[in-house]
Structures are given as C-alpha cells and as structure tokens.
Ligand binder design. Structure first.
Ligand code: BGC
Length: 762
C-alpha cells in the first residue's frame, strides 16, 4: 500500500513538473508571438490566414512564380500539395529571405493513408481493428512526408458514414463512433508523436468537421440535417477524440449544419469545438469552403468571409476571401481586430509548435528524403498491414487458401492494374512501383504454380463512365475489342486452370471525393464475366476491390469464396497473394454494414428499435417496420469477417448481474480456435441500454480486443465495464448514464453474439 502511495505521489510530481514545463513553454511561445505580431501590419496578418494552392511550381523557378510575388509581400501563410524537399526549400527561402518579417510558411498535404509507401484506404485500414498497427501506418506516413518537406497533413478523416452511395466513405473509418474514435486517436498519435518539433512528426488536421458523411442521398457536398442528440452521440465522438488526443488543427466541412454551412457555423466552430471541447489549435476551411458559401446562398464574398471569421475559422484554403475582403470588413465594423489577431496568432502558434521559427528548413533534409521514403522496411510494414485489412466474406468448401501449385487463372479488369492498387487519395504514390495482383501472385507462388491471366472485361460497358472512374492517372487501359471477344479469350484461359481468381469490383476512383454512386453493385459487365466464370464449373474465388460497401446479395448466394481487399496500397498485390496462399490468415472485420441492395441504405447495426420492430426471425409482418421485398438483414453485418480457422465462443460469465454506482463489471468469454490453423480474432463487446430517458440503439460497440490463438488454443477474454461505458448525451445534451437494465453482448461480429442481462443502478 505504501509503495502504491509513493508511486502515486511520484506520478503526481512528474505530472506537475510536466504541466509547469508546458506552462513555461506556452509563456515563451506567447511572448514570441506577441512581439512578432506587434511588428505586423494588417495586410501581413491577413497574409497568415491565406492558404493558396501551390499551383505549378517547378524546382528552381520558385522565386519567379506568381505565388513567390505574394509570398514576398507577406500575403501567404502556407502552401499545400507541393512535394519534394527541393521545391519546398526553394519556396521557404522566398518567405524567410525575401519577405519583410521572414515568417516561415507551413506546408500541408493530403497524406491520407501513407505517403509514397501507401497503406490501405482508411476504410480498409479500419477493418484491421488494430490500433497499434494503425498508429504505425500514420507514424510511417509522417516520417516519409516530413522527409520530403511536409509538416502538416489533412488527415485523419473521421466522418461517420452510413451511406455507401457516398464515395468518401472510403476515406473514413466506417459507421461506428466508438471504433472511429479509437482510430482517430491512434492516427493523431501516429502523425504527431510526442513532440511536434521533431523533424519526423507532422501536425494532423482532423476533418471534415462536421457531419460531412451524412450528406443526403449520399450525394457529395449535399445538405446534412440531423438532431443534436444524434450529432453528439453518433457523429461527433471521433472529432472530439481527435481533439482530446491533441490534434493541432481542424478542417471545416463543406456541408451545412442546422441550415448554416459549417464554415460559417459559430455554434459548431466556437461553442462546441472551442468552448465545450477546449480545442486550442487552428481551423482551416476546406478547398474554397468560404467562396462556396456564395452558392450556398448566404451572401457575397465579403459577407461570407466575415461570417467565417466570426464563426471561428482561422485559415482560408485557396479562395483568398480573407486576404481580399477582411480589411474592408474591419473598416465597416463587420469583424474586429481582435478576431483577426486571434486567427493570426493561432496560425503562428502552429508554426511555432512545429519548430519552424527556429529552423524553417527543419523538414527539408535531402539526406532524409533519399533514405527514409519507400524503404524496404516501410514497404514490408505496408504489406503486413494490408493483409490485416482484408475481409474474408465467404469461403465455402475451404477453397481458400489456394495451394501453391497447379494452374491458376487470374481474370478481371483489376487483376493487372497497379495504378489502382493505392486507391483514392494517394497523391504522393509512385504508381509505377506499386504491386499489381498479377505480379504479387507470381512473386508469392514462385515457380510452384502456373499463373495465367486475361482481362475478361472492361471496368464498365460505358466508356465515359470508365473515363470518369479512372482519373488522376488511374485509367485501366480500356480494351477496345468487342466485349464478347474479351470474354471469350478469358474463358479459354479459365478452362486451362484448376482454380479461377476473379479480380473484380470498383476502380480506385469509383470512390473518394465526388465519386458517389446510386448503383452500388459490381458493374454489370463484370458480373456477366463472373457468371460466365462460374459456369465453367471450376472453383472461383472473387477477389473484390472496392472503396465502399457493395450490394453483394447475388455474389453471396452464388460465388463460393469472396475476399474483400479494398484498395490495399502500394504493396496490395503481394499482400493479397499472401492471404490467398495462406501465408497470412485473414482477420479483417467490417467497419460498415453491407446491404442487400441500395434501397436499404442507410443501414447500420446500431439503429433504434422503433415502436414497431420486426420480431426476431421474421422476414415480414404487416404493420411492422420492414420491407415487402427484402428482409431487414444486411448481407454482411458490421464487425463481420471470416478466417481460415474457426472461433467458438463460450457463454458470457459476469462478475455480477446486479451493480451499484461506480463499480466495475467483469464480463468474460472463453474463445477457442477450433480449427486447424493459427489465427486472429476481434472479440467485440456490445451493450444495449434497455430503457432510457431517450430512445437508445439496439446495441452499441463498447470495446474490442484483437487476440491471436494457436490452432486448438482457448483464451478467456475479459472486458472491464464501468458506468463510463454506459454514458450518452441525453435530451438536454448532458453526458451521463441512467440506472436500469442492460444487455451485455460479446461475439465475433455485431450479429452473432452471446448475451447476458444485468441491472445497474446509481
Ligand atoms: C477535400 C479535402 C482535402 C482538400 C485539400 C478538398 O477538396 O475535401 O479533404 O483535404 O481538398 O486537398
């Protein structure tokens, strides 16, 4: 006991010293910035709020470019999506040698899921349910980006998304606030590390604040509208988690919230973000976010810019409304000098925290650029992480894993498509170096198996659709022959094989920004190919590329084996081969629900019960909440994913079924690997609050543990549950828990769970 007390006192002292050190560092920073700001003119202050796009700056030309002229005049706070140490050094030099006050620029980039070493798209990454691994991916991304001159990333994107029509569902962590929050924290930690001044850490920017994923009808940039209870309980948590983890910046979303665009929404940007959540960093708009408010219909450029500043926005991406209109608004009393000063101070603080005032070239080290980017070690990590993100959706007759032998026919438009492997938002990728499935299969099979290949079909019958779905250098190389001829060739190849691997689905740019779809099936022409391949009577494995949950009802009913590989990053091809051949046992679990058809959308596991729920086991009942034409069930529920082995769950053991106050409930299950291979399983804890002052979801994820079990091994997994886990925002938006009955559920996905009831009173 005494030792414990001494330990606690020691810890308290360390904490106290750390706080004192922080306070003195803050005081030093504040003094530095105050002195600097005293020297700044109004124009120079507005310049700090300006984040133009870099345009086309060629190395060695920086000092002559248009942007350089503005930098010299102190009209630029930072630049984004400019790449390479040489270019960044050139531009930084203009700022620190040729501008009056020599204030360094901040350099941002969309480093979304890796830099040159690309990791799976965030939706795929989230299916690892592996926080250390996710943090590691962000750490590597930060190391590579900072080695190339970047000190700020527009990531993590944490928008909760329940609508697979929305293309940007690919960029986030799926539908669940709890999982999304854990991932938000891991990413911020990975990017920012423990000290932003280190030359291998970068500032994170959580986005898109807020509710961007709830765009009506899944159409990008569309209106969102929801109750505050839903915002606080279901959509806000991941943004808040990033703020709690110390994220340095926040990006405003394009959409409106409560009828006011987020960029001008004072409640969102100041009341919630700064006053309730105590966010201390700076807020940047999204690309032309201020100017777009003219089209939203809330005023001209001067008006909307003043509204943005008044709401709490600090930096203006691309649009230059702040640079060009705020002086006039100040004169006319539409904004105050204090507001401009505050925004300017916050931007300068970010630069200070990144160490740019001490050394503006901190992130410009040619040696690091040459040795720390796309290294063997990073690529190895990317391969391992990608393999963890794949989700085995079906595996009848144990077709998978494949034998490294015989003849394998690899067929499909995504089979030999290395440009598409990194997925959407891979601006720093070198496509020529990414690994296609064809080369991955050949590499992993070596001389043991014969790999044959045919394209089988184009991505889509419509060539215009295919152009739009192949932007940013990711075209699939359209085959101009008639479809029947392409198919015939593929069937001839398939007929020579022992097993067929069909590489089908979406191209990388069928998801991502402005890539919404109303049809969320595999394109028809590819489905026809799949049907023809199945007709050969040979075993068929569908390797599914996608950036969104697809409607796979037909595939689930007809294809024996389905491995969902998302877009796995630069090493995708090798990682897929590792899993297909069983060198890695798949363990990914879905972070989004896969619907039967688009009509069920939005569909998510943590829905409300309604007053007329369909009785369990029923397909349809008149006057119940259901459809005439499909059941309410998804094809694959949230949390779902198979393995090459099997896991069985014992019933739940509780430390007590009746609890009072701040006790801890221990809920345990014994998980057994009852198959013949070692494997990983994500053990998931869900809780249902049976009676509340407001309606509560039918279940909510409250914990998970990813465990590794040898074949035949059993382990007891225990969750410690406290009243903290029962809290929610009530009608008055008070965060608290309520006495009552709860159901504890534990299982390998959100549908197949063991359950036990408890009573917990205050
Ligand atoms: C996107 C952001 C991105 C920004 C800068 C916008 O169009 O919505 O996610 O960070 O561009 O590239």
């Amino acid at each position: 006991m005494k030792r414990l007390q001494r330990l606690m006192t020691g810890l308290a002292m360390i904490l106290c010293l750390q706080m004192q050190a922080q306070t003195s560092q803050d005081a030093k920073m504040n003094a530095f910035i105050t002195t600097l700001m005293k020297k700044m003119t109004l124009e120079e202050k507005l310049g700090q709020l300006n984040l133009p796009g870099a345009g086309d700056i060629t190395t060695g030309q920086a000092s002559n470019s248009d942007i350089a002229k503005k930098i010299k005049e102190g009209k630029v706070g930072g630049l984004f999506n400019i790449k390479s140490v040489a270019k960044i050094r050139d531009v930084q030099k203009v700022a620190v040698e040729n501008s009056r006050l020599k204030i360094p620029l901040i350099f941002g980039m969309d480093v979304i899921h890796g830099y040159q070493t690309v990791f799976p798209i965030p939706l795929g990454l989230s299916c690892t349910w592996d926080m250390p691994l996710i943090e590691k991916s962000a750490r590597i991304a930060a190391t590579e980006a900072s080695a190339d001159g970047i000190c700020w990333t527009f990531s993590p994107m944490v928008d909760i998304a329940r609508d697979p029509r929305w293309g940007r569902i690919a960029e986030g962590s799926g539908e669940d606030a709890y999982l999304g929050s854990q991932i938000a924290k891991a990413m911020v930690k990975g990017y920012q590390g423990d000290d932003l001044k280190k030359n291998n850490t970068i500032m994170a920017c959580v986005k898109h604040y807020a509710l961007y994923g709830a765009a009506e009808a899944g159409r990008d940039y569309n209106t969102t509208d929801m109750s505050h209870v839903r915002m606080y309980n279901e959509y806000f948590p991941p943004y808040k988690a990033a703020v709690d983890a110390g994220v340095g910046s926040v990006m405003a979303s394009f959409n409106e919230v409560d009828g006011v665009p987020a960029t001008a929404n004072k409640w969102l940007m100041t009341d919630v973000l700064r006053n309730q959540w105590k966010f201390k960093g700076f807020v940047v708009t999204d690309y032309t976010g201020i100017n777009e408010m003219i089209d939203h219909g809330i005023g001209d450029l001067q008006t909307v810019t003043a509204r943005a500043l008044n709401a709490g926005i600090d930096m203006d991406m691309v649009g230059e409304g702040m640079l060009t209109t705020l002086a006039k608004s100040l004169k006319e009393g539409k904004v105050t000098m204090q507001q401009i000063d505050m925004a300017c101070r916050r931007v300068l603080e970010a630069k200070y925290k990144l160490g740019l005032f001490e050394d503006p070239y901190r992130y410009c080290d040619e040696n690091r650029a040459a040795t720390e980017i796309f290294t063997d070690a990073n690529r190895k990590a990317a391969r391992e992480i990608a393999a963890q993100s794949f989700v085995l959706l079906k595996n009848d007759n144990k077709i998978l894993p494949l034998k490294k032998g015989g003849t394998i026919a690899l067929i499909g438009p995504l089979a030999d498509a290395k440009e598409n492997m990194p997925g959407t938002w891979s601006v720093a990728a070198d496509f020529s170096k990414s690994i296609s499935l064809l080369s991955g299969l050949k590499e992993v099979a070596g001389n043991d198996a014969k790999i044959l290949y045919a394209k089988g079909s184009n991505l889509d019958a419509d060539s215009i659709f295919e152009v739009n779905a192949g932007m940013f250098g990711k075209a699939l190389g359209r085959d101009s022959r008639p479809a029947a001829e392409i198919l015939k060739e593929a069937l001839a190849v398939a007929n020579q094989a022992d097993v067929i691997v069909a590489a089908l689905g979406e191209s990388a740019e069928m998801t991502g920004e402005s890539s919404s779809r109303t049809n969320i099936e595999i394109p028809a022409i590819q489905k026809e190919l799949l049907q023809a391949l199945l007709k050969t009577g040979k075993p068929v494995v569908l390797v599914l590329f996608t950036g969104r949950p697809l409607a796979l009802k037909w595939e689930q009913e007809n294809v024996p084996s389905i491995l969902n590989v998302w877009f796995g990053g630069s090493e995708a091809g090798s990682a897929i081969a590792d899993v297909l051949f069983g060198d890695v046992n798949p363990s990914g679990k879905l972070s989004t629900t896969f619907p039967q058809n688009v009509g069920q959308v939005p569909i998510f596991y943590n829905h409300k019960n309604t007053g007329r729920p369909l009785q369990e086991g029923k397909w349809f009942s008149k006057f119940r909440s259901n459809y005439l034409d499909v059941s309410n069930d998804p094809v694959y529920p949230f949390g779902f994913g198979l393995s090459y082995t099997n896991f069985t769950y014992s019933d739940i053991k509780l430390s007590s079924a009746s609890l009072k106050g701040a006790q801890t409930l221990k809920a345990s299950v014994t998980v057994t690997n009852s198959g013949s291979r070692d494997g990983k399983e994500v053990v998931q804890l869900y809780i249902r609050d049976l009676v509340g002052s407001i309606t509560r979801p039918v279940k909510e994820l409250k914990g998970f543990q990813k465990i590794e079990l040898k074949a035949g091994e059993s382990r007891t997994v225990t969750f410690n549950i406290t009243p903290e886990d029962l809290k929610f925002y009530n009608y008055d938006l008070k965060y608290d828990w309520e006495s009552g009955d709860f159901t504890i559920m534990i299982g390998g996905n959100s549908r197949d769970v063991k359950s036990a009831d408890i009573k917990w009173v205050k």
